[in-house]
Design a protein around this ligand. Structure first.
Ligand code: NAD
Length: 321
């Protein structure tokens, strides 16, 4: 029996590499694509010897050619942390716009089902709480984060247009903050930043007064939600995330306790347009996909801490790419 074939863009990144593992485990032939702008081949090198795995070093904002048939496409290529997309804003807009267009064109040509990785950032600094999928968001298009948020909003729009006008089978997942092994210590997001500081013996930096909230989802839970959404017949956006909300101040204290560091929390000014609260309403995912997160924050953070601790010491001091 021939294997189903899936193309995963952004495959050398944090989420893309976990998707590769999952689809290999499910018996798929995985075609991984990445230009390595923020990703790292070490995340997928354990798959290189497998005959059902191929890697293409390619920028998906340029025309994509994949020989043979494709059953599924998962479009995950995009810088994802503020530190990255503030440094490469044009590439971020291009991969959300041109990259998505190219992936949708490929899906149409191959008659493949496509799932695109959207984000809770489409809600911007939300005026409703928790965020439901029918909320249209509060985004500043010309603010520093606009390059990411608007790229993802365009991604959703063009995906829906391909669904409506070209009858392409599409899925849109709105991913809320996710964490786990293979995140980069220096990607600027709260969890790796706190753990990195604790491991280096530095104080933990909280921006603003720390009352802003986030809801952190462990990567295995997210991947399960994405897999179920892909296999469902639902083409409207679906939130996938963990509704267990915590303030960044309390989260920093949790990391201090877990790591046993003797450092303290220090406060710095809040960056422009930083969302004040984030919590997914996951009623849709529960009802449609029979999905909800299973891994508690204490367990997930402990696994992630062990991963960061196991990295070579010099990784702790590496600057972002
Ligand atoms: P990541 O930076 O670890 O991975 C992104 C990957 O995409 C990298 O390997 C990078 O090299 C690759 N890439 C970027 N531009 C490319 C291009 N033009 N052509 C080919 N490859 C390209 O980020 P991540 O956290 O794994 O995020 C993956 C996807 O999930 C992104 O689309 C992101 O917007 C989305 N997302 C992630 C989160 C999260 O919490 N991690 C939350 C919401 C949405």
């Amino acid at each position: 029996m021939s294997r189903k074939r899936v193309l995963i863009t952004g495959a050398a990144g944090f989420l893309g590499s976990h998707l590769c593992d999952r689809f290999i485990a499910e018996g798929f032939h995985v075609i991984a694509m990445d230009n390595l702008i923020t990703g790292d081949l070490r995340n997928i090198e354990h798959l290189f010897s497998l005959e059902q795995f191929e890697f293409y070093h390619h920028d998906v904002s340029k025309f994509i050619h994949v020989p043979g048939e494709l059953d599924y496409i998962l479009h995950f290529a995009s810088p994802a942390s503020p530190i990255d997309y503030l440094k490469i804003p044009i590439q971020t807009l291009k991969v959300g716009a041109l990259g998505t267009h190219n992936c949708l064109g490929l899906a149409k040509a191959k008659n493949a089902r496509i799932l695109v990785a959207s984000t809770s950032e489409v809600y911007g600094d939300p005026l409703i709480h928790p965020q439901t999928e029918d909320y249209w968001g509060n985004v500043n298009p010309v603010g520093p984060r606009g390059v990411y948020d608007e790229a993802k909003r365009f991604m959703e729009s063009i995906t829906m247009a391909y669904h409506t006008f070209h009858k392409v089978e599409t899925r849109i997942v709105r991913i809320f903050n996710t964490y786990g092994p293979r995140m980069r210590l220096n990607d600027g997001r709260a969890l790796p930043a706190f753990i990195g500081q604790a491991l280096r013996g530095e104080d933990l930096t909280v921006f603003g007064d720390g009352s802003q909230t986030r809801s952190f989802c462990y990567v295995d839970d997210l991947i399960e939600g994405i897999y179920r959404l892909l296999m469902s017949d639902y083409s409207q956006p679906v939130n996938v995330g963990n509704p267990d909300e915590i303030s960044l101040r309390d989260f920093a204290e949790e990391i201090i306790k877990l790591t046993g560091t003797s450092q303290k929390v220090i406060y710095k000014p809040l960056p422009l347009d930083d969302p004040k609260q984030r919590k997914p309403d996951i009623s849709k995912a529960r009802a449609l996909l029979n999905w909800e997160p299973k891994v508690s924050r204490s367990e997930g953070v402990r696994i992630t801490y062990e991963y960061f601790k196991s990295l070579p010491h010099e990784e702790l001091f590496k600057q972002p790419k």
